[in-house]
Write a protein that binds this ligand. Structure first.
Ligand code: HEC
Length: 208
């Protein structure tokens, strides 16, 4: 009985202690402040176990299909490359300033875990749900599963691509063609006054 009371008292003191430290404000939440190694490995274990557990029942589609790989490219360039890098780009402001650092998906040793069935499930889960308080967004809020699987497929082949192949695989053909015809029409005024005014407003207000 005495032992039990002692143990309870210790737990109580520990909880009060943690509460006092947290409320005093001495815990630094700056992204330029590294965790101590024990805290880092604690958080990493929590992250890895959580992702493994949450993704275990996901069914992986055929990620080897060529159109699957190529259709993920443009989305990767638009939404991911700023943090996770691309061939010929070894760092960006995001990749340098985030903590934890976003993994560099042009590196074969980092990407090889997504070649396994479990790795692919976990990659998909992270893309869909993000990782809390890390800078990794939850893309599932605005994208359907097919688009996110295509990005998993693309990431798996990214380390094999050189800069020219990356450019080809990540160019959005339709949008770029529309951009070109839009540029050509800029000086024409046959769209009507209102439209013209809107377009010039957008140009000066937003682009520079
Ligand atoms: C604003 C920066 C940012 C953007 C944009 C971003 N990520 Fe991330 N991502 C991160 C960070 C930071 C981590 C590491 C989080 C951690 O280690 O806890 C991460 C982790 C991941 C992981 C898990 C890596 C692992 O070690 O298991 C995957 C997969 C991933 N991102 C894919 C993507 C994809 C695909 C996109 C684009 C749709 C994307 N990310 C966009 C910052 C970003």
């Amino acid at each position: 009985m005495k032992f039990l009371l002692g143990a309870l008292f210790t737990v109580f003191v520990a909880i009060v202690g943690v509460f006092a430290v947290v409320s005093s404000g001495v815990v630094n939440v700056g992204a330029d402040q590294e965790h101590n190694p024990m805290m880092y490995s604690f958080l990493e274990t929590a992250r890895n176990r959580s992702i493994k557990n949450a993704s275990k029942d996901i069914v992986v589609p055929d990620l080897e299909k060529v159109d699957m790989i190529s259709s993920g490219g443009a989305d990767y360039k638009d939404m991911c490359a700023g943090c996770h890098l691309s061939p010929g780009v070894a760092k960006t402001d995001f990749s340098e300033s985030l903590y934890p650092k976003p993994p560099n998906f042009t590196k074969a040793d980092i990407v090889k875990r997504y070649q396994t069935e479990d790795g692919a499930k976990q990659g998909f889960w992270v893309i869909k749900h993000g990782i809390m308080a890390s800078g990794m967004p939850a893309w599932g809020a605005s994208h359907d599963d097919d688009r996110m699987w295509a990005m998993v497929a693309f990431i798996r082949s990214l380390p094999e691509l050189d800069e020219a192949q990356y450019t080809i695989l990540t160019t959005r053909i339709n949008d770029d063609m529309m951009d070109m015809s839009f540029d050509g029409d800029m000086n024409m005024s046959d769209d009507g006054m209102g439209m013209d005014m809107d377009m010039s407003d957008d140009g000066s207000g937003m682009q520079h």
